[in-house]
Design a protein around this ligand. Structure first.
Ligand SMILES: *[C@@H]1O[C@H](CO)[C@@H](O)[C@H](O)[C@H]1NC(C)=O
Ligand SMILES: *[C@@H]1O[C@H](CO)[C@@H](O)[C@H](O)[C@H]1NC(C)=O
Ligand SMILES: *[C@@H]1O[C@H](CO)[C@@H](O)[C@H](O)[C@H]1NC(C)=O
Length: 387
């Protein structure tokens, strides 16, 4: 009874103040504010103090997901490639293979240069070079003592050079100091490093009409693809390679969409080392792109920090080793991001972890010939070494 009376009283005061306000148009004061608050019921308080902060927190934590999910609304997919069907069987002659692609066979193969910017992927580089070794004239590798984001790094290649004796006779190795520009867009440093790579190719002795492979270390063209391109005449002067995308290991095939790797017929003064779209032609099923395929958890952490998109590490716990190991074994996303796709169908089709694959068919030969050493890259071995 007492409290009822109390409420009644405040209500009355409110009515008075509100009434005055309407009549006199007086400025907002504390009692008026209190009057408005009183007028709201419990549901409104819930909305204000629980639901609104939850939504704000939700947008803060998942804002990136919301924008990725809505991407099809504001971004059109790039122009589709012209896909060239790819024919291969080990028992079909080169003459027949060239003809199947509508090309003639050359009297002798072109020389092939494989040029990469090296970060720290020693195992993947070994698998790459062993795969390409029979077909490559010169291996060109540039290593910088900083990442694209300006973090100092050791010269991993220099430190592991004895592992690469098998290419020593055909290796042009270059190293430069990073520029360590604070706050610069990482893509500027990357572009600078690619210009240096062009210089290194000159030193390696590249000449007009030689083939040049432009790709990241982890974008591995299959050996037979490069053999085909060096033996056939009339192939496109610039050709992208369609690679199968894998994440963490060959246990997790993501899609068949990797396209950045390319093969060029070199033209002095014209060919520039690049890693973006350079033509419409793409050769189907031409190799493997294994992203984040590392042996040690520490390499995942390093790569996550050194990545050109460092803004993706939005929360410190993303770098927790235990979380990283769990994410790898699940085939989930290290940055807790939605699939980067252009249609709702593709986004929804890729939601959730990547399904495990149990196939180790059509993988690089060096990987299978050394399966024990590289078992973390094969199906059924998701656990990584710490340190
Ligand atoms: C490849 O060709 C040889 C001889 O022409 C034949 O004996 C062999 O069975 C063939 N291998 C396959 C896998 O077709
Ligand atoms: C990077 O290399 C350059 C040139 O070799 C050297 O001057 C610089 O001190 C190095 N920086 C670091 C952080 O190692
Ligand atoms: C890639 O393409 C092949 C056919 O070319 C298909 O069988 C396979 O399922 C595709 N892989 C993925 C992950 O979409």
């Amino acid at each position: 009874m007492m409290s009822d009376g109390g409420y009644k009283k405040t209500d009355d005061i409110c009515e008075d103040v509100c009434g005055q306000e309407v009549m006199g148009g007086a400025p907002l004061n504390m009692s008026r504010l209190r009057c408005i608050m009183r007028g709201l019921d419990l549901k409104v308080y819930l909305l204000l103090f629980i639901i609104v902060p939850t939504v704000v927190l939700g947008i803060y934590v998942h804002g990136q997901k919301i924008t990725y999910f809505l991407r099809p609304l504001w971004e059109k997919p790039p122009k589709p490639f012209h896909e060239i069907p790819h024919y291969y069987h080990e028992n079909v002659s080169m003459e027949n293979l060239c003809r199947l692609h509508g090309w003639a066979i050359r009297e002798s193969p072109r020389r092939v240069f494989d040029a990469v910017l090296f970060n720290n992927e020693v195992d993947i580089l070994t698998i790459r070079w062993k795969e390409l070794e029979p077909y490559v004239t010169q291996f060109v590798l540039l290593e910088v003592n900083s990442t694209f984001t300006g973090i100092p790094k050791p010269l991993y290649f220099a430190n592991h050079r004895e592992h690469f004796k098998f290419v020593e006779q055909r290796l042009t190795y270059g190293t430069i100091g990073g520029r360590f520009k604070k706050g610069e867009n990482p893509f500027v440093e990357e572009a600078y490093q690619r210009v240096v790579l062009d210089k290194l190719l000159g030193i390696a002795g590249i000449m007009d009409d030689d083939l040049l492979i432009m790709s990241d270390v982890d974008e591995i063209p299959s050996g037979h693809t490069i053999n085909l391109l060096r033996w056939c005449a009339d192939t496109p002067p610039v050709l992208h390679l369609r690679l199968k995308n894998y994440l963490y290991s060959f246990e997790f095939p993501v899609d068949n969409k990797s396209w950045r790797a390319s093969v060029h017929q070199y033209k002095a003064g014209k060919t520039r080392y690049a890693h973006y779209r350079q033509t419409d032609d793409i050769l189907s099923d031409a190799g493997w792109h294994c992203s984040f395929c590392f042996r040690h958890i520490s390499e995942f952490i390093f790569k996550m920090k050194a990545y050109s998109h460092y803004d993706r590490v939005r929360f410190k716990y993303y770098l927790d080793p235990k979380r990283i190991q769990d994410v790898i074994c699940k085939g989930a996303n290290l940055f807790d991001m939605l699939p980067e796709e252009y249609t709702f169908k593709d986004i929804i089709g890729k939601l959730g972890p990547i399904p495990h694959s149990f196939s180790a068919v059509h993988l690089p030969a060096h990987l299978l010939n050394n399966a024990e050493k590289y078992k973390y890259l094969l199906p059924g071995n998701c656990n990584r070494e710490s340190g």
